[in-house]
Design a protein around this ligand. Sequence first.
Ligand code: NAD
Ligand code: DAU
Length: 359
Amino acid sequence: MILVTGGAGFIGANFVLGWLASTDESIVNLDKLTYAGNLNNLASVREDARHIFVKGDICDGGLVASLLDKYRPRAIVHFAAESHVDRSIHAPGDFITTNVNGTFSLLEAARAYVSRLPAGERAAFRFLHVSTDEVYGSLNPGDPAFTENTPYAPNSPYSASKAASDHLVRAYHHTYGLATLTSNCSNNYGPYQFPEKLIPLMIASALAGKRLPIYGDGANVRDWLYVGDHCAAIRRVLEAGRPGETYNIGGWNEKTNLEVVHTLCDILDSLVPTGTSYRQQIGFVQDRPGHDRRYAIDAGKIGRELCWRPVESFDTGIRKTVQWYLDHQDWVRDIQSGAYLQWVEKNYADRTSVSGRSA
Ligand code: NAD
Ligand code: DAU
């Protein structure tokens, strides 16, 4: 049995589904069901007795302690977080509460739990903290990619809160000997991603005939990884990672935002033709404050030490993803509730159109 936090979100849900499909081991899934948590993501395992869903907050130390004592997991895989950079710019408080205090509360509960375990179970226990490449800050063109030794330089309230949580995890290993593992991953894409993030937002907006809002000049670079490959990497780190170590995970797939959006438009042009290209809907809007220019991950260590490499290329992964969104338009419609529309209004209302289509 393992305990997963945030398993109703994008990556967590993909992890839970992949785990139950590939092992016999049960999962306790602790998730607060914030706007980003969605039980529809887990509909296919609703009847599976190996999946125990608990609605609750990682900040609730008593609840976490009681789950650990009741289910005696051999590992915690910690996904739960506030994860959207734009939201962290509008309202950073929730990011500190969940990402910093929540991780602290989870570490404290894990430390107490492990101290009560018999020696064999204690030695086998792992705390896997799922983090991001954004903690390393921003690269210039031509800079080498981030390695595990790149100094931390977070630039947004989101990345600063994740950096703080990474430091706490490191300290719990160093000080208390908790068997921690940290993974720092690049931008994920794939099924079940909430449509506030670039790729699902662009697919949904294109199909709805809306503007495709590109921040700034569209030349910011991200390193894209298909979510199934990220989940496979996490399983591998859990299985064979060395306690106290960090592992960078990435797709060796650097793209500018404009390249990504052009690719999406071209795929949609072939799958859902309308007579004019979806590229006509692209509009350049006011930039994100403090927008990091480039991320790139050197995933050499996890390749050498744990023999992990991504299976999907960007071409195969993005085609699967577009097809998934076309096949699951009800899933998107369910999310596009009042609260979602309020966010879209808030995030884009004050971004005056710089060029291109404006509505
Ligand atoms: P997400 O926003 O889609 O999901 C987060 C989940 O955590 C939701 O189900 C939410 O309900 C839950 N949650 C939030 N606060 C909680 C709390 N206080 N207690 C319990 N549950 C809570 O996020 P995601 O994109 O799936 O990211 C998962 C993790 O991976 C995060 O830690 C994120 O920093 C990290 N990460 C994400 C990416 C990416 O590209 N999405 C890349 C690298 C790392
Ligand atoms: O790098 C890993 C990180 O990737 C994760 O840690 C975060 O949880 C995840 O949200 C993601 O952060 P980004 O800020 O890179 O993702 P987002 O999808 O918000 O934006 C991707 C790029 O696209 C970024 O350069 C901003 C740009 N963008 C985004 C939106 C929503 C636009 O140009 N227009 C938009 O409307």
